[in-house]
Design a binder for this molecule. Structure first.
Ligand code: ATP
Ligand code: LTN
Length: 333
């Protein structure tokens, strides 16, 4: 890694196994951008507890997520990968930024409204201030680019607002980041409710494809995918289910949407769904094989995340020192 490359920071929560939505919307870009950028990839475990987790499951899923990201192609020779909770500067900067964020801006966040509605018995303060922690994640590393899915646009906007506010109040401190959202696949839809996004914490397992689903499960879920009552395989407004399947198919096979439409012109939905399922099964096979290899090598995983946190801390400490100084805290002797 050289110092001259622009920087990337992105994160994903160990709130479940990565779905095809996470992969298409974000992770494939994490992999693609590794040569051009200096990349910091973070497992956002602190974010995950804004919703109740079972500790043993969280521990298991965190390690699995690390193995799966490596299996997807995150290359530790080129990029850093680490757990958010291993770098305490995230929570430290988050406190400072909380004091530069207004309640009103946070209450407009749609993810907060959605998650609060889903977890009505646990609308905790962490869920409310979640975007501030996310802003701290990004700003700590002076990131230029943040590859994410479309659902994160609002969080990126508030991050830029907070950074600008701080820069204006206390002189230039933070780089103002830009989002990197894919043109095709910015929002992969639920297979059961194509108006909603595919989400790894969906209560209905048929709504998402997990990258670790076995071939029969993948085929079964695609066969059950909700579409429409027409019989035309075309990418068009009002055909969310078919549009979603065409998007998945074209990203996975590397074909354009138009080529995919042509390939299935005149075919039935049943054949189409099966073809999408089969393409996904063969795409996932090498990822799953590598995942199993990494999971059988816990020492290696530990080595990777220890090294990742050390290197991330070095950069994070530098930003935090600067911030503390600018707000007026007395430096430690
Ligand atoms: P949860 O269900 O726990 O909220 P999630 O599936 O939404 O999780 P995150 O960890 O919040 O996943 O997101 C990781 C990355 O994947 C983010 O960049 C997010 O924008 C992207 N992403 C999540 N869901 C989709 C989707 N359906 N389509 C495209 N990108 C997505
Ligand atoms: N909020 C994101 C996960 C996340 C993130 C980040 C993404 C946490 N910190 C920093 C980009 C940059 C999510 O829920 N998808």
């Amino acid at each position: 890694m050289t110092d001259k490359k622009p920087r990337i920071l992105s994160g994903i929560q160990p709130s479940g196994i990565i779905t095809l939505g996470n992969y298409i919307g974000a992770i494939r870009n994490w992999v693609e951008l590794q040569d051009e950028f200096e990349c910091f990839y973070m497992l956002a475990d602190l974010h995950t507890i804004t919703v109740r987790q079972t500790p043993a499951d969280l521990r298991k899923r965190s390690l699995e997520l690390m193995a799966l990201l490596l299996a997807c192609g995150v290359d530790t020779e080129k990029s850093l990968i680490f757990f958010q909770s291993h770098v305490p500067e995230h929570t430290q900067l988050s406190w400072v930024l909380n004091c530069y964020t207004q309640m009103g801006e946070l209450s407009r966040m749609t993810q907060f409204k959605d998650k609060a509605a889903k977890n009505a018995n646990n609308i905790n303060a962490g869920l409310f201030t979640y975007p501030v922690l996310m802003a701290a994640d990004i700003l700590l590393y002076q990131a230029d680019l943040v590859p994410v899915g479309k659902d994160q646009t609002q969080h990126l906007e508030i991050c830029c607002d907070i950074a600008q506010r701080f820069n204006h109040a206390l002189s230039d401190t933070f780089t103002i980041p830009k989002g990197y959202i894919p043109k095709v696949g910015e929002k992969i839809r639920s297979l059961q409710n194509p108006t909603a996004k595919m989400s790894k914490s969906d209560a209905n397992e048929n709504a998402y494809i997990s990258l670790l689903d076995d071939p029969d499960t993948v085929i079964r879920k695609f066969k059950r995918a909700v579409t429409d009552s027409e019989a035309e395989i075309a990418f068009r407004e009002g055909k969310d289910g078919i549009n979603n399947l065409l998007t998945i198919y074209s990203v996975i096979t590397g074909k354009t949407i138009a080529e995919s439409e042509q390939e299935f012109a005149g075919k039935g939905y049943g054949d189409f769904k099966l073809a999408v399922g089969e393409a996904v099964v063969s795409y996932l096979k090498p990822i799953q094989d590598k995942f199993n290899d990494y999971m059988n090598n816990r020492d290696y995983l530990q080595q990777i995340y220890t090294k990742g946190a050390e290197a991330a801390s070095y950069v994070a400490q530098k930003t935090l020192r600067k911030v503390y100084k600018k707000v007026g805290f007395i430096p430690k002797g």
